[in-house]
Structure formats: C-alpha cells, structure tokens
Design a protein around this ligand. Structure first.
Ligand SMILES: *[C@@H]1O[C@H](CO)[C@@H](O)[C@H](O)[C@H]1NC(C)=O
Ligand SMILES: *[C@@H]1O[C@H](CO)[C@@H](O)[C@H](O)[C@H]1NC(C)=O
Ligand SMILES: *[C@@H]1O[C@H](CO)[C@@H](O)[C@H](O)[C@H]1NC(C)=O
Ligand SMILES: *[C@@H]1O[C@H](CO)[C@@H](O)[C@H](O)[C@H]1NC(C)=O
Ligand SMILES: *[C@@H]1O[C@H](CO)[C@@H](O)[C@H](O)[C@H]1NC(C)=O
Ligand SMILES: *[C@@H]1O[C@H](CO)[C@@H](O)[C@H](O)[C@H]1NC(C)=O
Ligand SMILES: *[C@@H]1O[C@H](CO)[C@@H](O)[C@H](O)[C@H]1NC(C)=O
Length: 461
C-alpha cells in the first residue's frame, strides 16, 4: 500500500510543470572546462563540437526545430559569430593538423581514429560550419570531402548489406557509429544538395538497427556485432549514442530543403529513437540512474549514459511531440543535478561571478542563456554535489576507453551533462510541454491532461 504522503507526492508530481533544478553558470562553465581539457580522441572532439553547438549556438544545431537552418541561412562570418568560436576552433585545430601532401583519391579521415573508421567523421559538422563561415586557415571543404570519400570508398570495409564498418581492420558494427557517421553524412548531403547522401545516412542507421536491435530484449541495442569479437550486452551509452544520432539525422532532414521528400524516413527515425527509450526506461534503477549495461543486475550505475538518454528524451519531445519519458528524464536530471547544499550554492558569489562576459557581442542567436566560453569558473562551485566531484567531473561513470569498466574523469560524460542541460533548457523555453508524459502535441492538451490526471488521483485518494 502506498502511504497518503506518497499519493500527495505523486499528485504534486503531476501538477508540477517542471521539477526545478538547474546548473548555475559557474557550474556549466566548470563542466565545459573539464570537457575541453579532457577531449582529445577523435570522437571526443566531435562530440564536444556538437555539444557546444547545442549549448552556445542553438540556431546552428539541427536539434533546434527551425525550418531551413541547414545550411545556416543567417549571414555568417567568423568574427561576428562569437557563439560558434569554440566549435570553429575545434575544426581549425583538427584540419590544420592534416598533412598538406595531396589527398589520396580514395580520401582520408579528418584525424587518426585509433582503429575506428567512424569516430573521426564525428568532427564533420564542425568542419562544414568552418567552411561555410569562411573561417580563415586550411581547406575545410577539401578536408570534409576527403572524409566522406574515405567512408564510402574502398578503405573502409562494408558488410554484405552495405553497412559501413565502425572499424578499419574488419567489418564490425558498433552502436556508437550512429552518433559518429550518419549525422555527418546527412549534413554533408544537405550542404552539397545531394539527396541520395541524406538517404544514405538513413540507410546506414537502418542497416545497423537490423543487426544491433535485440528482439529478445524488447529492442535494446547490442553494443558490438560481427567481426572477431562481439559485445552482445546492452551497453547503455551505446543505446544513447544510437538514439541521439537518429535524432540528429531526423533534425537535419526536418530543417533541410529535402524535408518534404523524407517524411517516412523522419517518422522511422523518431520511432526508432522512441523504441530505444521504451526499451531503456523500464531498466532505470530506483536511484534514477541506468546501469552501465542496462539490464545486467551486477553492472555498476552510470551517470554518463543516464544524462545522454535524458537529453534524447527532451530532444525527441521537441522534435516530434512525443513526451512519454519526460517524467523519467526529469527524475534522472534532478538526481544528477542535486546538490546537497543547493540553496547556499545558488546564492554563493562563486556561482554568480561567472555570468557571460558583456565585453564580447553575442549575435543574439540564442533565446536563452549563453555561457561565455571565456568565463573562468570557480573550482568551488560543486563543493557538495552528489554526482559531481568538487572539480566538476560527473560521477559515477563508465571508463570511456574501456566500456565494461567503471572509470572517472570521462570527457564524453561531461559532454552528456551539457547535452542534457541544453536540451532541458530548450524544452523549458518551449513551454516544458509534456512534463507529465502526456502524448499531446500542444501545451493546452498537456495542461488539461494534468488536470484530469490530478482529478483522478484526488478521487483515488
Ligand atoms: C538556469 O540557470 C541559469 C543560470 O542561473 C539561468 O540563466 C537560466 O535561466 C536557468 N534556466 C532555467 C530554465 O531555469
Ligand atoms: C562580419 O559581420 C559583421 C556584421 O554583419 C560585419 O560588420 C563585419 O564587417 C564582418 N566581418 C568580416 C571579417 O567580414
Ligand atoms: C595536432 O598535432 C599536434 C602535434 O602532433 C598534437 O599535439 C595535437 O594534439 C593535434 N591536435 C589535434 C586537434 O589533433
Ligand atoms: C563550403 O562552403 C560553400 C559556401 O561558402 C558551399 O557552397 C559549399 O557547398 C561548402 N562545401 C562543403 C563540403 O561544406
Ligand atoms: C551524392 O551522394 C552519393 C552517395 O549517396 C554519391 O555516390 C554521389 O557521388 C554524390 N553525388 C555528387 C554529385 O557528389
Ligand atoms: C558473438 O556472440 C554470440 C552470441 O553471444 C556467440 O555465439 C558468438 O560466438 C560470438 N562471436 C564471436 C566472433 O565472438
Ligand atoms: C554542505 O557543505 C559542507 C562543506 O562542504 C559540508 O560540510 C556539509 O556537510 C554540507 N551539508 C550538507 C547538508 O550536505
């Protein structure tokens, strides 16, 4: 039997438009500083770039619903576009490092992928933005063309059905691929006005899903199949990579000149991302965190995948109006952002001393708070948080270089925190529709849904 207190709590829960809990500007600045220091591997650089796009320059992110922002229609130049500065500098440092000897006919990756064929491609969107904004420096267009040629050409093995391998040495499919490659192919197809390239992004996701989706686990994705070893476990981060990658391709199609031609593909992508959420959330533990392997009892709690999955829930809600798992995402988010000393934290000078610098102009592309990339965070802003170390690392997290093991100081986990923060911010700015998990597309529907639910609960009490 649930106590009366429990019922009243659930009543309050349904009525609450959002569960307040927010990172201060100083905390966001510290998390992003750790991300900047930690991200060195190919996929970490690409993930960091996408994360900063969502955080600093949402107008240029395909996850922001807006017609025809791909390619960006806003007049751009690199000096004026302060909000893109960190994203562009990632592209600049990566492409500047490429050898200046002539590009092989069958292409080359943007950076060494440590054996992964897919991970270097994750930097592609940042490189295309650098090209588009005419960022001075190396030849960005040539670099991204070589990257795409490399993926589609003979150097990277393909499965018998045509799936591009995640690995260089043999055909092997990893769930991570969905975040690393299809979003870049789709964006490249839109920028170069090549519809079949956009279709290719969708096809790759479909081919991967055919192999990695586990019918025996209600649609959870396996981590690695084919090749000399496999990891048929349901790695939570991999499920998150897949869901977020699908949503980026969906957003790219939705914002593009081809949106009218890809209605069915967009519907599939939304459904497939939702399918992962439907399979994952029943596995959420009572501590509001996923285990590293979602359905394995002895697997440790992992805050990284928890943040990434929650980000996917806000984004799915914004892109498709499907709100089912918002209460779950809100539970995870408030848990991860809970500060045992939260009231003193918010009021502390340390937390407010790092507001965005007014010295440099913002282009006004973001409707909500932008965190200055130049803010210097105070190291004390996380002094008593439950899920952050005092220097701002999310914890507990899987080791990003050894997916079965618990680790610490994970750059990708820092990115997932910021993805969740900006997804939540955008969802709140759009009216926090569906906070109660209602299916309605419009706020009115959701609000009336809450009222009826509350009435029902009152009657039940
Ligand atoms: C979160 O906190 C930041 C910094 O205090 C503030 O600018 C922002 O408006 C808050 N966001 C929401 C959605 O409450
Ligand atoms: C960048 O754009 C701004 C505003 O349109 C303009 O004033 C400035 O001259 C431009 N800078 C360059 C280098 O093109
Ligand atoms: C560029 O190359 C230098 C020297 O090899 C290396 O230290 C640096 O990490 C590289 N930067 C990137 C973004 O790959
Ligand atoms: C590079 O940017 C130009 C616009 O400056 C655009 O026409 C071209 O399609 C872009 N190429 C790529 C590969 O992004
Ligand atoms: C368009 O994309 C396809 C891959 O789907 C590629 O084979 C083709 O060469 C591209 N067309 C152009 C004009 O680049
Ligand atoms: C892959 O996993 C399956 C099922 O767990 C197993 O039977 C098979 O031997 C594995 N293959 C390799 C190459 O490890
Ligand atoms: C608040 O933080 C201080 C200093 O870190 C700590 O000693 C104290 O126990 C914390 N209080 C709570 C309620 O966690």
């Amino acid at each position: 039997m649930r106590s009366l207190g429990g019922r009243v709590l659930s009543l309050l829960y349904f009525l609450a438009p959002t569960l307040a809990q927010n990172l201060s500007d100083g905390q966001v600045a510290l998390v992003r500083q750790r991300l900047a220091e930690g991200a060195t591997k190919s996929w970490e650089l690409g993930t960091r770039a996408q994360t900063l796009l969502e955080l600093d320059a949402p107008s240029f992110s395909v996850l922001t619903p807006a017609p025809n922002i791909v390619p960006p229609i806003i007049p751009l130049n690199s000096t004026a576009n302060f909000t893109l500065s960190d994203v562009l500098s990632i592209a600049q440092s990566v492409v500047s490092n490429l050898s200046t000897t002539s590009v092989p006919a069958d292409g080359r990756p943007l950076i060494d992928g440590d054996g992964s064929a897919a991970d270097p491609a994750s930097i592609g969107v940042a490189v295309m933005l650098a090209n588009w904004t005419s960022l001075p420096g190396p030849n960005y267009a040539q670099a991204i063309e070589a990257q795409v040629t490399y993926l589609l050409g003979g150097q990277v093995p393909k499965s018998s059905k045509g799936a591009i391998s995640h690995r260089v040495s043999e055909v092997q499919l990893w769930s991570d691929f969905i975040y690393m490659v299809p979003p870049t192919l789709a964006y490249y197809g839109v920028v170069t006005n090549n519809k079949s390239m956009v279709q290719e992004a969708y096809t790759q996701i479909k081919l991967y899903r055919d192999v990695l989706r586990d019918d025996h686990a209600k649609g959870l994705w396996k981590h690695i199949e084919l090749g000399s070893f496999n990891d048929s476990g349901h790695w939570s981060t991999g499920n998150g990579w897949a869901a977020m990658g699908m949503l980026r391709v969906l957003g790219t199609m939705q914002d593009s000149q081809f949106s009218g031609s890809f209605k069915n593909q967009m519907k599939d992508l939304g459904n497939w991302a939702f399918e992962i959420q439907q399979a994952m959330y029943p596995q959420l533990q009572s501590n509001n965190l996923f285990r590293n392997y979602a359905d394995e009892d002895n697997s440790f709690s992992d805050a990284a995948s928890t943040a990434l999955m929650a980000a996917s829930v806000y984004r799915l809600s914004l892109l498709t109006g499907k709100h089912t798992h918002l209460p779950d995402a809100e539970r995870s988010r408030t848990t991860l952002f809970s500060l045992s000393n939260s009231s003193s934290e918010a009021a502390s000078p340390a937390a407010t001393s790092t507001s965005p610098s007014s010295a440099r102009p913002s282009t006004g592309t973001s409707s909500s708070s932008q965190i200055s990339p130049t803010a210097t965070p105070s190291p004390t802003v996380f002094s008593s948080a439950q899920h952050f170390t005092s220097d701002g690392w999310l914890t507990p997290v899987v080791n990003p270089n050894s997916f079965g093991d618990e680790g610490s100081d994970s750059p990708e986990a820092q990115a997932f925190v910021l993805m969740m923060q900006s997804a939540w911010r955008d969802w709140v700015a759009a009216g926090a529709v569906g906070a109660n998990g209602a299916l309605g597309r419009h706020e009115g529907v959701a609000t009336w849904g809450s009222v009826w639910l509350a009435l029902l609960i009152v009657l039940w009490i």
